[in-house]
Every structure is written in structure tokens, then in C-alpha cells.
Write a protein that binds this ligand. Sequence first.
Ligand code: GCB
Length: 598
Amino acid sequence: NIKVIIKIASLLVINILITHSTHAQWLVANVAGRHVQSLNGSWAVIVDPFDVGESNWKPIWKNQHATGAHDFYEYAFDDAINLQVPGDWNSQRNDLVYYEGTVWYKKDFNYEPKAGQRSFLCFGGANYITDVFCNGEKVGSHEGGFTPFQFEVTNKLHTGKNEVIVRVNNQRRVDGIPALNYDWWNYGGITRDVDLVSTPTQYIQDYFIQLKRNDTSHITGWVKLAGVSHPTQLTIHIPELNFKYTAQTNDSGKANISFTAHPKLWSPTNPKLYKVQITTDTDTISELIGFRTVSVKGTNILLNGKPIFLRGINIHEQIPQRAGRAYSETDANMLLTWAQQLGCNFVRLTHYPHNEHMVRMADKMGILLWEEIPLWQGIQFSNPVILAKANRLLDEMIERDKNRSAIILWSLSNETTPSESRDTTLRDMAAHARLMDPTRLITSAFNHVAYKGNTVTIDDSLSKVLDVVGVNEYIGWYTPWPAEPQNMVWKNPFNKPLIMSEFGGEALYGHHGSKDTVSSWSEEYQEQLYKNQVAMFQNIPFLVGTTPWVLADFRSPGRLQPVYQQGWNRKGLLSDKGYRKKAWYIMQQYYKQKENNQ
Ligand code: GCB
């Protein structure tokens, strides 16, 4: 039928547009394990609120300088202001706190290309649309604020001084992911590391090395070589296991791997990582990888074959004391140490993939992770471009983090409203994620539950396609208690493990008031809310984890209460200075009990 043909044709066109060659591709796995020249540091910038720099008849990316007597340019990077990379622009300059628009960045660097070597510009992330130019030529574009992108620049670099110019635009858009409205700060800029990576001509492009879903002694996956046009041999070596495995690629450079091994299993109590080394005739790379399995049995999540309760917390990628994006290893260490102090063995990285330091730090510290893409409420699901964009973001997240044992759950979305187009999109995404990674579990955070008397029933039919259901409920905050907390009954028609992926309420640190009045904004009200939640949790047999909303207060432009909020969402267990509110101790106590009973 004609409608179907039109739909397929439009999807094809969208796919062609999205995979067009100037769009980023995953070219270099494990950037941290490569020979890199960091381009972090001070970049010269031009703030361009009306976005004239590209449409100009003298575009900024050409970075031209006046020569003749009648020549002039209405821009210049020389003597311009500077911003630090990585870093959002909002927290670096007062005049950019609320800025939503374009900023042009420029960095000069010295380089010496060598014969037999390829070079790649690797961005950890920039929010939201990025165009990259190298020595006066466009190398590509990327859409999405929280996933990595890379471009090959082998033929664009020369000996001596080189220049990269980057246009970043963080305007919110109707067809964006996330879309126009969301409950966090729209931090703009090159928010993550920038590296120039060099590799041999034939190099190890990517690999996926993990235990099989249900088998603690079977490692499977694949290795992909680039620049290879005939079968090529490679070796995987795990020195500590005294183990070597040899495989041969197909003509396009891919080799599937599958072997028996008996690694000590990675877990929160013993986050054992092994050095895994891959070698070919021309290239070698190594990385620390942990081995564990994760699966679902009935309403349990099994880690290494044993049921586990996920003592979790939601974390935004923000350092509250700095009111800015987290970006470094030090930042990751601080946020995850807070989580451990609360008693957590699990973190939900809300609402987007965080920087890679966070994920690698969790791997080292033994903290399990839920990682999600920013498909947050108000997404324009009826627009076919959304599915293609969402699947690309899934690809970028999974490509980067598929070898991190810490990650057990890929999450597709947060609080989306059921509709035919939403359902089709999420269903397709679930299938796509499973194809990309058959070893992990798929989840989503829903807020569709049905209340009847003292009974709450999980109500989103999309739960069927998930391995684990996340429910965000704000009983005691947005929803009044329908019954006494200890008398609440939860029904689970889908018979899946349940994570209470959000619950909580606001309190201004140091502000005291009635424990019974929501609008008191008091620590006492928040504390009581947590006591009530914990009382309710005792009677949910299929509850396998909780992630309170949220670790720390975070900035959000929609939080307009002039005394208590002042542009901050105050649902943190920690204040905007990192101080513990009363509710912190309720959760900490609950987690102690859970840990003792495990
Ligand atoms: C939610 C959202 C989260 C918000 C939170 C709130 O349900 O998932 O992003 O920040 O509620 O505080 O309202």
C-alpha cells in the first residue's frame, strides 16, 4: 500500500542523510588506550548569537585575515576570549549562563604526520550540534550532546602548525533528543575531551570482548580491523590467565571470537579487571576488561548467576559546587565516591551517557551502571527522523561502552507517553540494542502506572519488550499517598524485575519545617517521604533495585520557586554544596539493611 511505500522510502532517505559521509562514524575504539595528542586546554572562541558565522559571505571557519587595503573581516580569533575544553560555556562566563546559540572554537596545534600513519580527531562529546573544520576544510558534523564522534583527518594535516575550528550550537529543537523541554541545564560547548589519535594504516578499529549472557566460562564477541582487504590474523592475549587466542578475519576485517576461559568474575565486591591485549602484524592495543554475566530469571536480576539487589542512586553529570558539567576523572571519582558513601552498588546515569571517565571509574570501583539515551518525555515520536536518530545514539553509546563490565542495563527512554509511534520506536530500538549487544539487559523508565485504592499496577504495555522495568513514581510529592505506605500493594502483570528508577521530593538544605506539608520544602518533609517510600518497598516482592531521585541538587531553568529553588531542582540527597540532607541517612540505613541481607 502506498502509505507503507512512502514510509519505507522516507526512512531510506533519512538513513542516507544520517549515514552521509560527513556524519561521524565509530573509527577508533578505546581512545584512552591509543597514542593521543590531547587538544584539551584553552581554545579561542567567538560567540555568535545570530548564527551569522557560517552563512556569512566570509565564513568564520575559513579564519581569514585582512590583506589588502580594502579588505576586512568582521570577526577574528586573535585577541578573542578563551574557554577551557573540556567544559561547558555556561559555568565559565557569567554572560553565557543562559546562552543558547552558536559558539565558534579554535585550537592551533603542532603536528608531524608520519608515513604509514592515520590520524583521527576524536571528540568525547559536544552539546548539541557540532560542525568540525580542519585547516579550512569541513570534516564532518554531529548531532547529540552526550555521545562521542570521530573524524579521520589523515589527509587534512600537515607538518607544523595546524588548526581545528568547531562550531557548536546548543539551541533546543523540536526534533531533538532531548527535545524542547527537559529538567536539567542546557550546558553548551565542547564539554568533553578532544584527542588527536594516530594509528597505523591497518589498525584495530574496534572489539567486543565479554562473557556470554549466561555462561561464566565462555568469552564471546568480535574484533574488527580497518584498512584490511584480505583475511588477516590477530591474537588476543590475557597474560594473567596465561591465555592466547588466535583468530582470522574475513575479507572486510572482522573476526568473531569465542573461547573458554575461567576468569575471576567481576562484581561490586571484587571488581577484578584483566589486561586484554589484541595484536596484529601492524598494531597492538590493550585495555582493562572485567568479566561477569548478567541475566534475568523470573523477577530476579542475576549477577554471575546469583540474585542481586541494586542499591542505587540517580546521578546527573553535574558538579553542584561548580554549577557546571562534570568532565574529568576527578569529577567521576567524587560523584561515585558519594554514591559509595550512601551504600550504593549501582548508579543510574541519568538521563544521557555521561563522560567516559565515569564509566571507566565505575568499572574500577565496582559500581554497576544503568546507562540511557536522552529520550526524555516530549519527544516527537511521530516524526520518522526520531527513530533513526535514537538508534544512532544507541549505537554511539553502545560502541563506546560495550566492554565495560560495570554496565548491566541499556535504557531506551525516560517517561515517554504511550502512543502508536512511541511504541513502534521503542520496540525497534529494543531490537536494535539487542542486536548490537546480546550480553546486557534492556530497560526503560516508565511513569505509567494505574492507581486504584491502595493498589498500584504497572501499566505500560511496552514493559513486554523489556528485560527489566523501571518505574518513576513520585508518591508523596507529585502524587499524594493513596493509602498508608505500609499498606500499599504493587501489581506486576508483566512478571518482570522492577527497579524503582525514580522517587523523591524537594528540600532546601538547612531549611526546617513540617514533616507533613509538601510545600514546607523542608528537610523534615523529604526525610518523612523517604521513610514512607522505604516502608512501601518492604512489600514489593519483585523489587530488585531502587534509585532515588537524585544524588545532588542540580540546576534546572524550570524550577522557579524564588526562595527554595532559585533555578535548582532540590530533590538531591545532597545539597548544591554537597552537604547531606536528613533523607540521605534514611536511604543509607535502608541500604545497610539490604547489604546485610544480601
Ligand atoms: C522526573 C524526571 C526527572 C525530573 C524529576 C523531577 O520524573 O524523570 O528528569 O528531574 O522527575 O524532579 O520532577
